[in-house]
Design a protein around this ligand. Sequence first.
Ligand code: F6P
Length: 320
Amino acid sequence: VQRIAVLTSGGDSPGMNAAIRAVVRKAIFHGLEVIGIQRGYSGFIDADMGPMNLSSVADIIHRGGTILRTARSEEFKTPQGRAKAHENVLRFGIQGLVVIGGDGSFRGANVFHEEYGLPVAGVPGTIDNDIAGTDYSIGFDTAVNTVVEAINKIRDTATSHERTFILEVMGRESGHIALTAGLAGGAESILIPELDNNINEVCEKLYRGYKRGKLHSIIIVAEGAASGLEIGKKLHEMTGLETKVTILGHLQRGGTPTAFDRILASRMGATAVEMLMSGNAKHMVGIAGGKIVSESLADTFKCKNAIDLELYKLAGILSI
Ligand code: F6P
């Protein structure tokens, strides 16, 4: 392998830049050339790409977002779109591809590998932490810390005004952010898409709290479980309490990555290059029990990274 390419795809996540930096520098360290592809698979199709060097990735380890930009390409889902991308593989002499993104991006990489045989290495980058085959994806830790900071701030007002706050967090199909941030932030109830959420139980918990004089509550709702606004309305109707709803939205996707995410990204990006150099062609880098592992790309999007039920139970016990 002499020349590899790297792209970021799907929703951006803090730490993607640290991963790009690791890919570029590790590759150059081993004497490889690196092509940076802009706007994910869209740039792969449109030939929006060019060489990267050591200074292309200077001063980015601490920046959120992705310097390569990103997109969710519909065209790459079509055989015609992928055929155009393959023309660019030949034109630019690309012999291996690092894809930094989520499960949808890996699905695309896997199909492309099956059709054209290009060696691909996946690096999990999404705040959702929903990718099977890895304990953590890049950006999750930063997003959780952002949510915890928001909970701390909202808690001040919740306590001062004796109000019930509903905080809607990201996670279209995944409750990892809600659960982890909810536990760390001391939320009273956590609603996630992986489990049946019983609004009556949320109410009972509120009543129990109010009976013993607790006049404020924080409820975390993953967007995939329910709409925060609807939960707020329902709880108001059921309890008569004043409810306030905050939707954190894209605040959770940006910001300077935590040290955890930078180190994870550095380790994963470097390993992806090693994978391509050793001919380990169709795998994702993962982390399991603190150790870097390799997972078949095809196994990363068939199911989701499961929620830790023990953590969920613990959050329930500690907010009794
Ligand atoms: O997959 C990451 C994520 O932030 C989800 O949590 C969220 O549902 C989705 O992306 C939002 O996507 P977009 O930025 O395209 O609206």
